[in-house]
Design a protein around this ligand. Sequence first.
Ligand code: IPM
Ligand code: MG
Length: 362
Amino acid sequence: MKIAILPGDGIGTEIVAEAVKVLNVLDLDFETGYAPVGGVAYAAHGHPLPEATLTLAKQADAVLFGAVGDWRYDHLARALRPEQAILGLRRHLGLFANLRPAICHEQLAGASSLKPELVAGLDILIIRDSTGDVYFGEPRGRRVATDGHFPGQDEGYDTMRYSRPEVERVAHVAFEAARRRNRRVTSVDKANVLETSQFWRDVMTDVGRQYPDVALDHMYVDNAAMQLVKAPKNFDVIVTGNLFGDILSDEAAMLTGSIGMLPSATLNASKQGLYEPSHGSAPDIAGKGIANPLATILSAAMMLRFSLGQPEAADRIEAAVRQVLANGLRTADIYSEGTTKVGTAAMGDAVVAALMRETAVH
Ligand code: IPM
Ligand code: MG
């Protein structure tokens, strides 16, 4: 098993180091290779996704990714900004299925901006297409308008598009995932306005017929945004396009009150995957040793489960994280009175210790 490790910018290095610590005590047989990505890669090599980094990622079974983003590079042309690294990896590795769980651990329900009873025990899975839509659709650019509301004026434009196979494959991922959960899929679109969305809805309905044991419903994206804060526990699996999924997954993450806890996976057709925390590079706290490494540690667990064929090791990591929370350890982002505040490395060490204790008991 080969794991490409791309720590990236900001807190990326610190949190990925803790995940690697955890992987190393599991007694698994894997090779690792490190490469720069994002702003640090631009600084060293003039590009956020250097050729060597892309090659390492392509040759690996899985990519463990920290975070990218650094305000120092915001003035660069779009193609050179740190964010392009993640978009490039998705595109070049064909990573189309972005799995973003939003789970609210009972013990952390108080950290949510919603009432605790609305979110305690929340467990939803957003599956977002991540290689299509207006993110990648051509043509795009700037031009002088020849029609529209202001002919002769400058305009910017993008293209929203989805092909049948693109919708079908992400639909299958969603229905399969629902079979392992509560057998409900909500497909989110804007079919009352957009052709692309009506097409998306039709294809979802077609694929849904192959899964009579899974309930499929459709929801407009504006309503979905509202339902997510009104009654989030009514959802099981949400499947949606790239742009709507980008927005709704941030909203869902925030419901849990602890974005520092949420892992994510992005898979391609051969189950090669990129695993990263749902949060960003948090430059304001980088290097301070206070970032929460649990989202990255839980991403490593997803990696073991989905790309490396080690579901038991994944379960063990998740159990160790629950144990550490039950013991009252908290990084600053999830701290509340009566718990014990720890830093990044101490949190990683605690997960390692929980894993070792559990091994000793066996
Ligand atoms: C995400 C991020 C990216 C996206 C950015 C960094 C390009 O917001 O992974 O959700 O929009 O997909
Ligand atoms: Mg986003």
